[in-house]
Write a protein that binds this ligand. Structure first.
Ligand SMILES: Nc1ncnc2c1ncn2[C@@H]1O[C@H](COP(=O)(O)OP(=O)(O)OP(=O)(O)O)[C@@H](O)[C@H]1O
Length: 261
């Protein structure tokens, strides 16, 4: 594994091959009368070294898209790729390995083990995988998320924001191809939320990580390089270099369009 942090990709340069790609991706839950089309032929690329936010009203398919792209849920039609790997071509064991080696997760609930220290929580997935952490990378990640002085604390001795930073460090520790964050600031006050979002953004800009985040919050979305908007399982719009006001404007526009259609 390389000891060098990847060079950040300046926001104005076109991305190279995407870290993940959905092509005509559909997801249907249930059958007959109870059938729900959660995703309706979504085509989308997540650029490598980019920070993408997924927004849309409740029930629009955000979590479904993230779960399908992360190999946590099967797809009904189309294609979902991480790097060059087609997820539907993998059996369960291969999928588990891909999730372990190539994907990092940050959830709204921090999901830390209470009896382990911060450092043990961060390195646990790699320990389970039987991989030795790259010490220099681990140091970089821990410094980036500002946890250097807290590594021997247990989760109960940390604030919510610090706990979520441990979860971010855990997601970054194995240097995955892509990190998926599902409302990572949903349980945090605005200051802690801003810190966590700042670290996610830094992981992209400074460490070259690829991050995809589901959020309802225009302020959170403004930390991303790009916002994609879903409605009724379809991709309806996107915004590059978003500001919170720009995102809010776009959301108001969708609301008005939905009311008058
Ligand atoms: N396991 C499931 N079985 C049946 N329907 C489901 C399942 N998971 C999601 N759905 C449906 O698929 C649609 C999309 O759900 P999804 O959770 O992806 O939306 P979301 O945009 O993430 O919503 P929220 O913002 O409320 O979390 C919804 O109509 C939901 O009811």
């Amino acid at each position: 594994m390389s000891m060098q942090a990847a060079a950040p990709v300046p926001a104005y340069l076109p991305a190279g091959s995407p870290a993940a790609r959905a092509t005509g991706l559909s997801k249907v839950y249930g059958q007959g009368e109870t059938q729900v089309v959660a995703l309706d032929s979504v085509s989308l690329e997540f650029g490598r070294g980019r920070f993408t936010a997924i927004m849309g009203p409740s029930g629009s398919g955000k979590s479904t898209l993230m779960h399908c792209m992360a190999g946590l849920d099967s797809i009904s039609a189309g294609s979902a790729q991480i790097g060059e790997t087609e997820l539907s071509s993998l059996n369960d064991r291969q999928l588990t390995r891909l999730r372990r080696d190539s994907v990092g997760f940050v959830f709204q609930a921090f999901n830390l083990l209470p009896t382990l220290t911060a450092l043990e929580n961060i390195t646990l997935p790699m320990a389970i995988a039987g991989r030795k952490p790259d010490q220099q990378w681990l140091d970089t990640v821990v410094t980036t998320v500002g946890l250097s002085g807290r590594l021997n604390h247990r989760p109960s001795q940390l604030s919510g924001g610090q706990q979520q930073r441990v979860a971010v460090a855990r997601a970054l520790a194995s240097r995955p191809e892509i990190v998926f964050a599902d409302e990572p600031t949903g349980n945090l006050d605005s200051r802690s939320g801003a810190e966590v979002l700042g670290f996610l953004r830094e992981s992209v800009r400074e460490l070259g990580q690829t991050v995809v985040m589901v959020t309802h919050d225009p302020v959170a979305a403004a930390y991303a390089d790009r916002v994609v908007f879903l409605a009724d399982g379809r991709l309806i719009d996107e915004l590059l270099s978003p500001t919170a006001e720009g995102v809010l404007d776009r959301m108001r526009h969708f609301d008005t369009a939905a009311r008058t259609s």
